[in-house]
Structure formats: C-alpha cells, structure tokens
Design a protein around this ligand. Structure first.
Ligand SMILES: [Zn+2]
Ligand SMILES: [Zn+2]
Length: 330
C-alpha cells in the first residue's frame, strides 16, 4: 500500500504557527498517512491513531565550505541532548543517529548554500531534500537537484525527499501541502515506514502521481498522471528530456517526406487507440515508446539506453509541479 507523508514540519513548540495537535488534524484532513513534526532542536511528541507519526527533530551543524550551517532532519531519534553535544561534528552526529536506529537526511541544500563538496564526505544519511516548499515560496530556493545529481554522479546512492518544512501553514505565502512523499509499505506501522524509507521505496512529488514503474536492465517502464515533460536524468552527458513541445515537433516533422529526410536514420510511428496516442521512436541506439492523451504524456518505455552510473526519472506537469523517482544505480 502507498502512504502519503510529510517528513519535515514545525509546530508552536519551535517557530511554527500550528500546535502539534492541529498539525495532525491538518495533514490527516488533507489525505496524509505519515507525519514527522521536526521542531528545531526539540522533540515534539503527539499521540494519535489517525496517522503514523515518526518522532524527530531538525538540527543544525556549523562548518560548510561557504560558512553556512548544515540543517539535518533526524527521524526516529529522541535523544536531543546527545545530538546537541555532537553538533560540532556532522560525521559523529550522523554516526550517532545511525547507531541509535535513526534516519537522517540533509534539509534544503540550495537554501543552505551547500556545495556538492559539502555533501561528498558525509556517510550514514539517506539523502537530500530535492524540494522544500517553505524555501521555495519564501525565497525561491526550493529545488536542490544539482546537489542530488552531484553526489549520484560520484557513484553514491542517495534519495530525494520532497517536504513542506512548513511554518506558516494558512498564511501566505503558503508553505504547506506543496511537496510530499508517497511511501510503499507492507503495513501501516512505524516499523514498516522506516524500513521502506531506508530502502528508498518512495517517490517525491509536488503533484504528478506515478502509477507504475519498473526497471529491468535495458528497459525502463513508467505510467503516470498527465505531464508536460519527462526527464531521464543521468551523468556524463547521458540523459533524455521529452517535452510536449518536442513531441509535437517530432510528429509534425515526421509527417512529411522532407522532414523524414532531415531526421535521417530516425524511425517513428504514431498511432491512436481509444483516445491514447502512442509514439514509437527508434533512434538507432535506443527505442522510446510514449503515450499521450489530450491532457499530456502519460507513459514511457525506454529500451537499450546506455546509462553509465545511474539514472532517475523526473516528471513535470502543466503547472510546473514536479515528481522525482528515486535513482537506480546501473
Ligand atoms: Zn532548516
Ligand atoms: Zn525546518
């Protein structure tokens, strides 16, 4: 089963505007099944059977290359005091978190002015916030794909988390319900959720939903709600981006003899079945199959594409809202 969750948010116990109890009601009413209230250097516990809560908090550590602080979200860690003692060493803090059964990820790398070099020496953390709603709506620094891909290009698997990091909730600019994760769990329990997070069995989204995804060496298949752009992101000049504009351009060009001559060596076929247009593109080296409805692109099959270290799938809908699947190291 799939559970929708927000792993980073603030209550009145630190600088948020809603109480822990109001937060539970707010996220539950909006279809969430998982919530972690992560106040600054403080544990905020709340008891509810409406959704699963993972205890945790946000901590900061000095010492980045540009003299800013790392912010970290620690989940399933309750020993705030020990963490305070370790705040001078991010390595020791991450080791401690992992030794006591906790999980850590790096909050808002772009907002924190982190460089990829700040992330490279770190061990024992799950990933980075690829999207942080608060940082986006307040100062346009919500997206951290470059940090994520920098670490992945070094061959190290880390996951991407979309979170709210909400403080304001209902007061504009609204920093709630903007980014979340969908976690695939065996049971509706804290243990099962932690197990799935640790294994990367989740994807992040601001809107688009992924209905199917499979990967076998040389074949990626995915089905999703309508999007305007599909990106297959990788390293070393490898990767693929298909927007609706590019799709329509190919289609127009390949409908004429002159266009086909221009696109020499590129084979394509477009068929409509039950209102769904299917495009088969054979670019010599690889094969691409796309499905499109009146609302946008809805499926992708990519065969025989030569990835080097990793790839990840990123979707963007007509409102610019993204979804990020976790990477696969090949
Ligand atoms: Zn922060
Ligand atoms: Zn925060």
């Amino acid at each position: 089963m799939w559970v929708k969750g927000n792993l980073h948010t603030h209550s009145t116990n630190s600088d948020g505007r809603l109480t822990a109890e109001q937060l539970v009601e707010f996220y539950y009413a909006n279809g969430y099944g998982l919530l972690s209230i992560t106040d600054h250097e403080k544990l905020t516990k709340v008891s509810t059977d409406k959704l699963i809560t993972i205890p945790g908090f946000e901590t900061s550590v000095k010492g980045t290359r540009l003299n800013y602080d790392y912010h970290l979200v620690l989940l399933n860690v309750e020993d705030v005091e020990s963490v305070q003692r370790l705040r001078s060493s991010i390595g020791e803090l991450l080791d401690f978190t992992s030794e006591c059964g906790g999980l850590a990820f790096i909050a808002h790398p772009y907002w924190s002015s982190l460089t990829v070099e700040d992330l490279m020496p770190l061990k024992s953390y799950l990933g980075v916030e690829v999207y942080n709603t608060g940082c986006d709506v307040e100062c346009a620094k919500g997206f951290s794909m470059v940090h994520w891909d920098g670490v992945l290009a070094a061959g190290k698997l880390i996951y991407g988390f979309a979170v709210d990091d909400a403080h304001r909730y209902l007061i504009p600019p609204i920093d709630a319900l903007g980014g979340w994760i969908w976690v695939n769990v065996e049971a509706f329990s804290t243990e099962s959720l932690l197990h799935s997070l640790e294994r990367g069995l989740f994807y992040s989204s601001m809107g688009p939903a992924v209905e199917e995804f499979s990967y076998k060496p040389d074949v990626i298949e995915a089905r999703f709600t309508p999007v305007s752009r599909i990106d297959v992101v990788s390293d070393d000049g490898v990767g693929l981006s298909i927007s609706l504009d590019t799709y329509e351009h190919f289609k127009r060009l390949l409908s004429t003899g002159e266009g086909r001559r221009l696109m020499g060596g590129f084979e394509a076929e477009f068929n409509i079945e039950n209102g769904v247009e299917k495009a088969y593109l054979n670019a010599g080296g690889f094969k691409l199959t796309l499905e499109k409805t009146v609302d946008g692109l809805t499926a992708l099959k990519l065969e025989k594409y030569g990835f080097k270290k990793y790839f990840r799938l990123e979707l963007t809908d007509s409102k610019g809202r993204k979804a990020w699947l976790n990477p696969i190291m090949v």
